[in-house]
Design a protein around this ligand. Structure first.
Ligand code: CUA
Length: 342
């Protein structure tokens, strides 16, 4: 019994520690593995503040230890009469280290973060950058638009590498927060206004982002990817996304398009080049080019897609898409059509 209790106590201590260590290893979403100038400044500020906090703790523990030793040397009822210099020193320590130093440190951190770090994270002016991306938060997915083009996508946005990109964020419903930890700080999407931030990536790659403001039941399943591409790859991707949907290449896909347009799908989604023009859910014109479904909840493959269509409310309860009562041949046709939307 005692042994079991000891094991349980060890698990209580060790499991969170192991979790912390493992989460620190996740290269795909880690604010302390910065990949841009702004996130490097944020990480440096964090480490300086962390170092300062440890120094402060060491100082307090050291003073406590000194006080304890002195008290022991004098005995519990030590004679304190006539110790004026000691009292003066104690007052100086309390006023200096307890009041003056914290004010100076907090003021310095405020000035450094406000004048330097916040500045480097800000969005480039609208006219001063070659690329602006619009991101609109929805419960619980991200709509992505490229102004000046007809490209619309969801939950996956592409930017050219080593290029300052202005990201303008808005919301269709409640407050969300757009955050790519390896690239920059968070920026909230506030109803009725547009906020902006810079996205810049030092290296080609895929960066995971996450909604950072509790926004309802599926807040945790409101993630997205940012792909930093070589400029040529980015331009090709954008040109592909601008095109209307590919035409169907088999009778199965053609039948699937008919299912899509006659079932309830078309009353919520757009597929450019067809009569489906609704904007409740994500634009599906190039659905098959995306890696995931439902804002990174499940992979984008045929079986997950079929499951998502039929059991959307089990996969992501509370989302706007009802379970669609389509099965057998019709489901196979529908999935073949959607899988062909490259
Ligand atoms: Cu959107 Cu949390």
């Amino acid at each position: 019994m005692v042994q079991r209790r000891r094991h349980a106590a060890a698990a209580v201590v060790l499991l969170p520690a192991a979790g912390l260590l493992l989460s620190g290893c996740d290269r795909t979403q880690n604010a302390l593995a910065p990949e841009s100038h702004s996130s490097k400044d944020i990480a440096s500020l964090f480490w300086w503040m962390m170092g300062g906090a440890w120094l402060g703790l060491a100082l307090v523990v050291g003073l406590l230890f000194l006080a304890w030793r002195r008290r022991n040397q004098r005995g519990i009822r030590g004679d304190r009469s006539g110790d004026k210099p000691g009292e003066r020193l104690a007052t100086m320590v309390v006023v200096g280290a307890g009041i003056a130093m914290p004010i100076a440190v907090i003021a310095a951190v405020f000035v450094i973060s406000d004048l330097f770090v916040i500045k480097t994270t800000e969005a480039p002016a609208a006219g001063a950058t070659q690329l602006t991306v619009q991101v609109i938060g929805h419960q619980w997915w991200w709509e992505v638009r490229y102004p000046g083009t007809s490209a619309v996508t969801a939950n996956e946005l592409h930017i050219p590498v080593r290029t300052p990109v202005r990201v303008e964020v808005q919301t269709a419903d409640v407050i969300h927060s757009f955050w790519v930890p390896e690239l920059n700080r968070t920026i909230d999407t506030i109803p009725g206004r547009t906020n902006a931030i810079e996205l810049y990536a030092d290296a080609v790659g895929r960066y995971r982002g996450q909604c950072d403001e509790f926004c309802g039941l599926e807040h945790a399943k409101m993630a997205f990817y940012v792909y930093a591409d070589p400029p040529g790859v980015f331009r090709r991707w954008l040109a592909d996304q601008e095109r209307p949907a590919a035409s169907t290449t088999s009778p199965l896909e053609t039948a699937g398009r008919q299912v899509f347009l006659s079932a309830s799908c078309a009353s919520c989604h757009t597929i450019r080049g067809t009569s489906a023009r609704a904007d409740v859910g994500p634009d599906l014109t190039h659905l098959a080019t995306r890696q995931t479904l439902a804002a990174l909840t499940i992979p984008n493959d045929a079986s997950s897609l079929a499951n998502w269509i039929r059991h959307s409310q089990s996969v992501k309860p509370g989302n706007d898409m009802p379970d669609i009562l389509v099965g057998g041949t019709k489901l196979r046709e529908l999935v073949a059509y959607l899988d062909g939307l490259k």
